[in-house]
Design a protein around this ligand. Structure first.
Ligand code: SF4
Ligand code: SF4
Length: 537
């Protein structure tokens, strides 16, 4: 179907056709050395073996693995479930967490479409209509008007809401709620304060809490697994302790100092909470923090308790109930250890989840002090409490701004003050700070691997970030020069790794990626060898 003719009511129609097929030539262009399209990930093809089993009717992509043809009874049940959930979303008592923001966002929109060009997915896709930030909201508004208001039921055409609520609508809308990274760049452009990222969140919540539809990587393999075994990665406490022992060996090898890392140390000042993905994929980040905290003589500890070594809270992306369960568990661990505060490491959504959103449920004795790692790291670096030689970071560095930390929480300058102090060849992406583009892996996309969704993430949702990275290194793009994308967020780091990998950017341009703590340790004067090893992983 041609994008220019996609209407709101089309979402209910033509189940056998895809609502959108993205022509590869319409994806936004990338700069040198990809100006002719070399190395670019293709628009995903539907895997032949899955065509008959799963629903690809939105845009030929499946993030949720919804069944193609549920029985008529099941379809009726799901449509009823959707309506029931929608009533709850719009009820102040049932949706005390976000009712006000949802209703204001739905009602305040004047349809000016100012927000469209702010959206990296809409822009990168070649402005496909269904990826427009307000398309989801307009579908939702039409369903509300048609099915929950008397005037809409009596005169749907007259009221501009002749949308049909059927399984096709529900399935496509569920998938569409996973074509937005909830980066809220559109919200910061909106003159009315409408927040389409929040509308995405509320839709996902409806699907999860009322209908049991959620991305398995966020739910069954995410927050459920975290509460059952200790971490969403499946890392169990015993294995975690084994990793800490390995970290001690690595630290001794790198610093020459035998180090016993604090685990479950009662009464420490700081409980340091990492995204558990760091322990499995980027151990250099927790090692770097351990080296810094030990060098600065800080009173700190890690925890080996269930959920005590996992900062993530995937509930923040899809389900308020799961969110509350995880946040309460993390606080319980800190209280039991008797630490003074929790410090959240390089994980953007954990920042927002535990330090901002959790304020709504962590009241009374659960209102435990929580903060970002950035004030601590800034104090150590900028007040010269550890000895640093910026000359050791003699390579171009660009900073990625994780949406959750920067646009959503307003933490913009501390990371820059640190980098300016230790990286003489630091440059900014354009745009940056609160205007920065999402990495394309936000809201759980970075860990979602269902069917052909990873290809979509690389070719569409991560495209603007890839462009920004390449743009920022154009003067040094040749492969003789090592370059570093600093992504101080575990999920962003995973997404940036993936987009660099599908474009072979390490081989073609020597663009590498990593965290912020690694740059600090790389600059420490008493490190005998460079901490950053420039080996692709
Ligand atoms: S959400 Fe805001 S910017 Fe977007 S169309 Fe509505 S009023 Fe305009
Ligand atoms: S929240 Fe981000 S991804 Fe979602 S519609 Fe807005 S700009 Fe696009």
């Amino acid at each position: 179907m041609n994008k220019k003719r996609t209407k709101i009511a089309d979402i209910s129609r033509g189940r056998e056709d895809q609502l959108l097929e993205i022509p590869p030539g319409e994806l936004s262009a990338l700069p040198c050395p990809y100006e002719k399209g070399e190395g670019s990930a293709p628009v995903p093809a539907i895997p032949e073996q899955h065509k008959e089993k799963y629903d690809f009717s939105l845009d030929g992509v499946s993030a949720l693995g919804l069944p193609k043809n549920p029985s008529p009874e099941e379809q009726d049940r799901l449509v009823e479930g959707f309506l029931s959930g929608l009533r709850k979303l719009l009820s102040k008592d049932d949706n005390w967490t976000f009712w006000q923001q949802l209703v204001l966002s739905l009602e305040a929109c004047t349809h000016c479409q100012t927000c469209n060009d702010a959206c990296p997915i809409y822009t990168a896709s070649g402005k496909q209509e269904i990826y427009r930030p307000t398309y989801r909201a307009e579908v939702l508004r039409s369903i509300v008007n048609r099915y929950l208001k008397k005037s809409g039921r009596a005169f749907p055409k007259l009221m501009g809401c002749d949308i049909e609520l059927n399984w096709t609508t529900v399935a496509r809308l569920a998938e569409l709620s996973f074509r937005c990274t909830m980066c809220r760049r559109c919200a910061s452009w909106c003159p009315m304060g409408s927040d389409n990222g929040l509308i995405t969140h509320e839709l996902r919540k409806l699907f999860s809490q009322e209908m049991g539809i959620a991305a398995k990587e966020l739910h069954a393999q995410g927050s459920v697994r975290q509460l059952e075994v200790g971490a969403s990665t499946g890392l169990r406490p015993k294995a975690f302790k084994g990793i800490v022992e390995f970290m001690e060996e690595e630290i001794e090898a790198k610093t020459g100092r035998a180090t016993k890392l604090p685990v479950d140390r009662e009464g420490a000042d700081i409980l340091f909470l990492h995204n558990s993905g760091e322990f499995l994929s980027w151990l250099e980040n927790p090692i770097a923090f351990a080296i810094i905290l030990e060098a600065a003589g800080k009173s700190w500890t890690l925890s080996s308790e269930l959920a005590g070594y996992e900062a993530t809270n995937y509930g923040v992306w899809y389900d308020d109930v799961q969110f509350a369960r995880v946040a309460l568990k993390q606080i319980e661990v800190a209280r039991k250890l008797g630490v003074k505060k929790i410090v959240v490491g390089e994980c953007g959504h954990a920042h927002k989840a535990l330090t901002v959103i959790a304020d709504r449920i962590l009241t009374g004795e659960n209102n435990f002090p929580r903060e970002s790692f950035l004030p601590l790291l800034e104090d150590l670096v900028c007040n010269e409490k550890i000895k640093l030689d910026p000359g050791k970071n003699d390579f171009p560095v660009v900073l990625h701004d994780p949406c959750n930390m920067v646009r959503l929480m307003g933490i913009v300058e501390p990371q820059r003050r640190i980098i300016r102090k230790i990286c003489p060849k630091f440059r900014e992406m354009e745009p940056h700070g609160v205007d920065n583009y999402c990495c394309g892996g936000g809201s759980g996309f970075a860990i979602m691997q269902s069917l052909n969704f990873p290809e979509w993430k690389s070719s569409v949702s991560g495209r603007m970030k890839m462009k920004q990275i390449l743009d920022s290194f154009q003067d040094v793009i040749r492969p003789e020069i090592n370059k570093y994308v600093c992504a101080p967020c575990s999920n962003c780091k995973g997404q940036i790794r993936d987009i660099l990998a599908v474009h072979h950017a390490w081989e073609k341009c020597r663009i590498f990626y990593g965290g912020l703590a690694e740059l600090v340790v790389n600059a420490m004067v008493d490190m005998k060898e460079p901490f950053i090893t420039w080996e692709w992983r």
